[in-house]
Ligand binder design. Structure first.
Ligand SMILES: NC(=O)C1=CN([C@@H]2O[C@H](COP(=O)(O)OP(=O)(O)OC[C@H]3O[C@@H](n4cnc5c(N)ncnc54)[C@H](OP(=O)(O)O)[C@@H]3O)[C@@H](O)[C@H]2O)[C@@H](O)CC1
Ligand SMILES: Nc1ncnc2c1ncn2[C@@H]1O[C@H](COP(=O)(O)OP(=O)(O)O)[C@@H](O)[C@H]1O
Length: 315
């Protein structure tokens, strides 16, 4: 039976009711019968996710840098770092104001620290396999200078939360976003970047155009998160649930996305895997909890991935 796009939208419009969604990611977009809208299925994830290798070491799984947090939102930085750590990056470094250092060392001793002033030494940032910026940075950090420096390196970044706010205010910079970057807006951040929309159908059309124009992956977060790739195809994530509707959940997703980029996945694969396992961890917790915290979701991720990898469909 066909499934239509309106099933995944929180509002109604005449066009999405007519738009068929393909099941799975296998059909090539170039095929005449293919829909640009695709539902991510477990089989797709099995084809993407890699096991950890014998004789591997921390260097095998990449080094992620997360630029996050200010005095009132240091929690966002900790949550992003947790998402990255539990997502399996070989090394995680967090750049926060020094006032957060005690909290970092006592709560996440595995995570390293990079002073904010080191961020202007752009060449030294080349050693990181993934760079994420935004959760809780507010406007205190000289975010624009850091973003400009990162863009000059022409290395993809993951931009979330307040970094998206900065890009919305400086559209000239937005269109210099390095190719294969990942933007992770919720609906308000998306409309801040690209203008107000009447409904979700229109928002998705803008997302497809902008992802192509930017050469970036856009992760438009919602109950069903839409991952729009550089070709303008829309992949729909089915995991996740309302128990996850609590502050900090997106911060964990940002860190988890960085972990997958650091491990060598493409921007598109990293975004798909992060959304899938973030939601999967939330679903497993929601089986026994009415609501789940962002920290709990982060901690559940390695278990959810392990269960998924070890599960045999005939079990
Ligand atoms: N522990 C910490 O340090 C934490 C720090 N955090 C950090 O603080 C910074 C600012 O975060 P913020 O929550 O103040 O603003 P922001 O996320 O822009 O929301 C503004 C308004 O937008 C809406 N809205 C939001 N999400 C939506 C959605 N999915 N779907 C639909 N609508 C949605 C909603 O408006 P409403 O719909 O209620 O009118 C909401 O009130 C940011 O850097 C973040 O990383 C947080 O992560 C929390 C934990
Ligand atoms: N009802 C829901 N169903 C599925 N996922 C949800 C639900 N509510 C929130 N989420 C997930 O939680 C995250 C929220 O992100 P965001 O709004 O950026 O949060 P924050 O800024 O507090 O970190 C997204 O990944 C979103 O998909």
């Amino acid at each position: 039976m066909s499934v239509f796009l309106n099933t995944f939208l929180p509002d109604t419009d005449p066009l999405s009711k007519l738009q068929v969604v393909d099941r799975g990611l296998n059909k090539q977009s170039t095929e005449a019968s293919a829909s640009p809208y695709k539902l991510i299925e477990e089989e797709d994830i099995r084809g993407l996710v890699k096991r950890r290798l014998p004789f591997s070491h921390k260097g095998t799984y990449g080094h992620a840098l997360i630029i996050a947090g200010e005095i009132r939102t240091m929690g966002a930085a900790m949550l992003s770092a947790k998402g990255c750590l539990y997502g399996g990056a070989g090394l995680t470094t967090l750049s926060i104001p020094e006032s957060g250092l005690t909290a970092l060392n006592s709560t996440l001793p595995e995570v390293m620290f990079l002073e904010r002033k080191q961020l202007i030494k752009m060449k030294s940032l080349k050693k990181y396999n993934a760079v994420a910026i935004g959760p809780g940075i507010g406007k205190l950090l000289d975010g624009m200078a850091v973003l400009e420096g990162l863009f000059a390196l022409k290395r993809p970044i993951i931009a979330d939360a307040d970094a998206l706010g900065l890009l919305a205010e400086h559209q000239d910079l937005l269109y210099h976003l390095p190719k294969d970057s990942i933007l992770t807006p919720h609906v308000k951040e998306f409309d801040g970047l690209f203008g107000k929309h009447k409904n979700w159908w229109e928002r998705l059309q803008t997302a497809r155009t902008e992802a192509k124009k930017l050469g970036a992956v856009i992760v438009l977060k919602n109950q069903f998160t839409f991952i729009i790739d550089q070709q303008g195809d829309v992949m729909i994530n089915q995991t996740g649930n309302p128990a996850m509707a609590q502050g900090g959940m997106g911060d964990v997703l940002t860190g988890l996305t960085a972990a997958y980029v650091a491990q060598g996945y493409s921007a598109k694969a990293a975004a798909i895997l992060a959304c899938f396992f973030h939601g999967k961890a939330g679903d497993e917790l929601a089986a026994h909890h009415i609501n789940v915290t962002a920290s709990e979701v982060a901690r559940e991720i390695p278990k959810a991935v392990k269960r998924f990898i070890d599960f045999k469909p005939e079990d």
